[in-house]
Design a protein around this ligand. Structure first.
Ligand code: KG4
Ligand code: ZN
Length: 342
């Protein structure tokens, strides 16, 4: 059985074809980074308009790469939550149109659950139940993942998402968007102890939340001077940028690793799955691997191509299909950062 999966929650227009045995027949991701770069972040209206232009060519190319036509597709799965409203609508309407025209079932994908399912796909074995850490441009959350479709929220950011902090600090340092990869590269030559940036909420194991806005402000003051928000005259040497990037990155990584392991202790779990764009960060992957080895935790981090948004992770729809959870054509978008549906 071949399932066409669509992903348009934010600024990537993506499609993939997966089988009900979790084989990936093809995958296409059209990034919009070039369109949003000069704004230093995603502009929702630009994103949704670009999805409209790209969705059909992306689906066409996905079919072509798999050597299939729509007649060979048995179901369509689409990420309908959470995300940007206009962006979500484009994917959902494309999915509904294909289902209506071909007379095939429609499946819903929760984008956050899909980020964790990327770990399941790569592991090629069961990973549930586990603690799931989802770290992206829009989300930073810890879940107790009872199975692929039942997640209980353990904690989340009370202000910025981790990826958002990477993007905003990169802009302060004059590094390009998206900021995560740029900071990762800049940090390679830097001293992570050069600046002692705050690690908010890290001391309290009972609270599994995150906060990155104070860290962002601390970087700003390190650039402009204490209490001075204006950094327009900042003209740093490459060495200064490297030290700031490395110290910032280390603070984020400390918080993510610290809270993920606190969640494992609190839930009594010994399996940790990590997904989302920030999971591509090399320093984070290294620290997670080291600590998991020390504490005998089974660690699954999404493989690099499945960290940032893609439609392959929409293979989670196979689980919904098996559970008989087929949607009507009345399916709507749910843009907000809601608790993943059970
Ligand atoms: O999962 P994703 O593609 O989109 C959302 O659902 O938000 O995540 C994008 C985020 C961006 O904020 C980007 O800066 C960050 O992931 N990111 C990284 C890295 N690669 C992407 N952050 C840290 N290190 C990276 N290597
Ligand atoms: Zn995402």
């Amino acid at each position: 059985m071949n399932i066409l999966t669509l992903e348009t929650t934010c600024d990537e227009t993506a499609a993939a074809i997966v089988t009900d045995r979790l084989e990936v027949l093809s995958s296409v991701v059209a990034s919009q980074d070039d369109l949003h770069r000069r704004f230093g972040g995603v502009v929702p209206e630009i994103a949704s308009r670009a999805h409209v232009e790209r969705i059909l060519p992306v689906i066409h190319e996905t079919l072509l790469k798999a050597g299939l036509t729509l007649k060979n597709i048995d179901a369509v799965a689409v990420a309908n939550t959470p995300g940007l409203a206009g962006s979500l609508l484009v994917g959902l309407l494309a999915a509904k149109a294909i289902c209506l025209a071909q007379g095939i079932p429609l499946l819903a994908v929760n984008h956050l659950q899909a980020h964790i399912y990327a770990c399941r796909l790569a592991a090629d074995e069961e990973v549930f139940p586990c603690v799931g850490l989802i770290i992206s441009g829009g989300h930073t959350s810890l879940y107790l993942c009872r199975d692929a479709l039942e997640f209980d929220l353990l904690g989340s950011t009370i202000d910025d998402a981790a990826g958002e902090a990477f993007d905003k600090v990169a802009a302060m340092l004059g590094l390009p968007y998206p900021g995560g990869p740029a900071i990762g590269r800049a940090a390679e030559g830097g001293n992570p102890k050069a600046h002692n940036f705050p690690r908010a909420l890290l001391g309290d194991d009972n609270r599994l939340d995150f906060s990155f806005s104070g860290l962002k402000t601390a970087v700003r003051y390190a650039i402009a001077g204490p209490g001075k928000p204006d950094f327009s005259n900042f003209n740093p040497s490459p060495g200064q940028v490297a030290d700031l990037a490395a110290s910032f990155q280390e603070a984020v990584v400390d918080c993510l690793v610290g809270k993920a392991f606190a969640a494992l202790r609190k839930t009594g779990m010994n399996v940790l799955c990590v997904g989302g764009g920030v999971a591509a960060n090399a320093r984070l992957r290294q620290r997670l691997t080291e600590q998991s080895r020390r504490q005998n935790v089974r660690l699954h981090v999404a493989p690099l191509p499945l960290c940032t948004d893609n439609a392959v992770m929409g293979a989670i729809a196979v689980e919904r299909l098996k559970a008989g959870r087929i949607e009507s054509l009345d399916l709507d978008i749910q843009p907000g950062m809601i608790r993943p549906a059970k």
